[in-house]
Design a protein around this ligand. Structure first.
Ligand code: PHB
Length: 401
């Protein structure tokens, strides 16, 4: 080869070293210029009695990616979705978690609508060192079961304690509780009772109902006979909640002068058309209602309605899916595209988001969400039933931690 005269004088060793560094630098540049990938394993109930709920979280994920695209920096965010079929032993959710991590190389999980599914997957997430953003499951203790859990939904103690405190200061002297008989129901019963009694209230009776119960008349009849000032109720939403609310109307709960207080998932905005006037004057507590007037909610609603129709009403579960993705995107921004578990967890702890529900933060200590809780009343507006907020309790932490 004919080299320029100056290079003839360049010692061969130095030439090789220089060539090595040039090659190393360009490989580095190629690696960084190329898109990398983050696989999000999504686990939701997409069949069975709660299939509509799974679709809501998935819709939220889609709306977020429609507005924000599928890339953060040069990381392409890809989802692989699996169906856990709703509440059960949690075995299926655990198996799906394992498959997503091992087979699909998911680096993060977004999902778990039901408490048993999150609980059953906890040790696996810890062993595999895989972060999981809980999209709904709302029993307080879940986030203590793995250091890789964080939560973008709520806890039942957050909601039920806000309602118990409100009831005690609102001339409700006695209450009867009706909750679904599994962990979140027990959390709801415990924290409503604790805060209601702390404010001077008295519980005159309580009953626990099967998780997917569709028949509430006998339970309500017994509650009415106990003549409480109020009935407090929790159930996991969807058709179960519609059946519960219709039964309260048929049994004439509010007609008998009894106030109805429910966790807000029971009167989710998107269920109100099916519930009709059974929601009149019902008091509920939750972190989101479609009526919220803030720029983040306006942006979310615009994206949601472009995808699902001008008159579509989002469930609060859509917002949780949307915020779950927002949290993952923010974490990637903070890590500068690093996708290892420790970097992602460090970025999630203390993360702040401007959510459609108002400002939210992931508590750096507990990895649970800190958010506003709204106390709402069922009222008719422009011919439609809505949850109208009349009190805001700001920056509520999970009181059970
Ligand atoms: C839960 O299983 O933790 C759960 C499910 C549905 C809800 C609330 C909590 O609406």
């Amino acid at each position: 080869m004919c080299l320029p005269t100056s290079l003839h004088r360049f010692p061969a060793r130095a030439f090789l070293v220089a060539a090595f560094f040039i090659a190393a630098i360009s490989n580095f540049e190629i690696a960084y210029a190329q898109d990398r990938k983050l696989t999000v394993g999504v686990i939701l109930p997409l069949s069975g009695a709660f299939a509509d709920q799974g679709k809501h979280y998935e819709d939220g994920i889609k709306v977020f990616q429609k507005i924000h695209g599928n890339k953060v920096g040069n990381v392409v965010v890809e989802t692989v979705v699996r169906d856990d079929q709703g509440p059960g032993s949690g075995d299926l959710a655990r198996r799906l978690t394992q498959e997503l991590i091992q087979r699909n190389k998911a680096q993060i999980i977004l999902g778990y609508s039901f408490t048993p599914n999150a609980m059953a997957s906890a040790t696996l997430l810890t062993e595999a060192k895989t972060p999981a953003v809980i999209v709904n499951a709302a029993t307080s203790i879940i986030t203590e079961k793995s250091p890789y859990f964080s939560r973008v939904s709520f806890t039942l103690p957050q909601i039920a304690s806000s309602l118990g405190t409100w009831a005690a200061k609102s001339s409700v002297k006695t209450a009867y509780t009706i909750v679904s008989d599994y962990a979140p129901g027990l959390d709801a019963e415990t924290w409503f009772t604790k805060t209601f009694e702390a404010g001077g209230g008295k519980i005159v009776g309580s009953v626990r109902t099967p998780v997917a119960a569709m028949e509430y008349s006998p339970f309500l009849q017994r509650a009415i006979e106990a003549k409480p000032d109020a009935i407090f109720a929790f159930n996991p939403g969807g058709d179960v909640a519609v059946a519960f609310m219709k039964a309260t109307k048929e049994r004439g709960v509010t007609k008998s002068g009894i106030k109805l207080l429910v966790t807000g998932d029971v009167v989710d905005d998107n269920l109100l058309p099916a519930m009709g006037d059974s929601v009149e004057d019902v008091i509920s507590a939750l972190h989101y209602q479609v009526e919220l007037d803030n720029p983040a909610n306006a942006k979310f609603l615009k994206g949601f309605r472009e995808m699902f129709g001008a008159n579509a009403v989002p469930s609060y579960r859509v917002v949780q899916g949307y915020d779950g993705m927002a949290l993952i995107y923010q974490a990637l921004e903070k890590t500068g595209g690093k996708t290892d578990a420790d970097s992602i967890m460090a970025a999630i702890k203390g993360a702040k988001l401007d959510s459609p529900r108002g400002p939210i933060q992931i508590d750096p200590q507990t990895r649970d969400i800190i958010e506003n809780i709204y106390i709402r009343r069922g009222v008719q507006k422009d011919g439609k039933w809505v949850n109208a907020a009349f009190e805001t309790i700001e920056a509520v932490k999970d009181p059970a931690k």
